[in-house]
Design a protein. Structure first.
Length: 197
């Protein structure tokens, strides 16, 4: 009986000692897990704060963009009704962008029309004949359009923001090479005044 009791006591002592070891181990594991969880929560909190700041920035940008869009729409109102109210063509000598006396008469007519219609806009397209490279002709067409723009700005004080220049070079001929005086007809600037009729 004493041997059984002694065995039982030893077993209980080992069991109690084992539970102490297991309890300490479990407590350590829980502490480590809680530490990892706290670190993950802190990381998520930081990311959330960063995302909130980014969202605030995006809201501010969206508000600014909306304001600018509204301003642009208000300024553009009325342009959708614009039509061509006057058009003209001026011609140039070979490889030249000098405004001739005949061209001055047409540009003077354009300038007077622009003065009469204060909100109107002028579209100026430069063109060339087929001689030379495409690159050179684009440059020459632009010089011709700029010459017309400069004439109107200097003689009539037309604001530059009302005049739009575009060069097509030799890409949009009005006369084909087999037609009489085709090259001279293609060396031109076309003028279109857009406004409310």
């Amino acid at each position: 009986m004493k041997i059984v009791s002694l065995t039982l006591c030893v077993a209980l002592a080992l069991l109690v000692a084992g539970c102490g070891v297991n309890k300490t181990f479990v407590e350590e594991q829980i502490a480590q897990s809680e530490g990892r969880s706290a670190a993950q929560i802190a990381t998520v909190r930081d990311k959330t704060d960063t995302n909130a700041a980014e969202v605030a920035k995006l809201k501010t940008l969206a508000s600014e963009l909306s304001t600018k869009t509204d301003m642009a729409i208000n300024q553009a109102k009325g342009f959708e009704n614009y039509q061509i109210i006057w058009s003209g063509v001026i011609n140039f000598d070979f490889d030249s962008w000098d405004v001739t006396a005949t061209a001055e008469q047409i540009l003077t007519e354009a300038g007077q029309k622009l003065e009469q219609h204060g909100g109107s806009l002028l579209e100026i397209e430069g063109h060339t004949d087929g001689t030379g490279s495409a690159r050179y002709n684009l440059m020459l067409g632009e010089k011709r359009a700029d010459a017309a723009k400069r004439f109107l700005a200097e003689r009539f004080g037309i604001s530059l923001y009302r005049m739009f220049v575009m060069s097509y070079g030799k890409t949009k001929p009005v006369s084909m090479p087999d037609e009489r005086s085709a090259a001279s007809k293609n060396r031109r600037v076309t003028l279109k005044i857009w406004g409310n009729p």
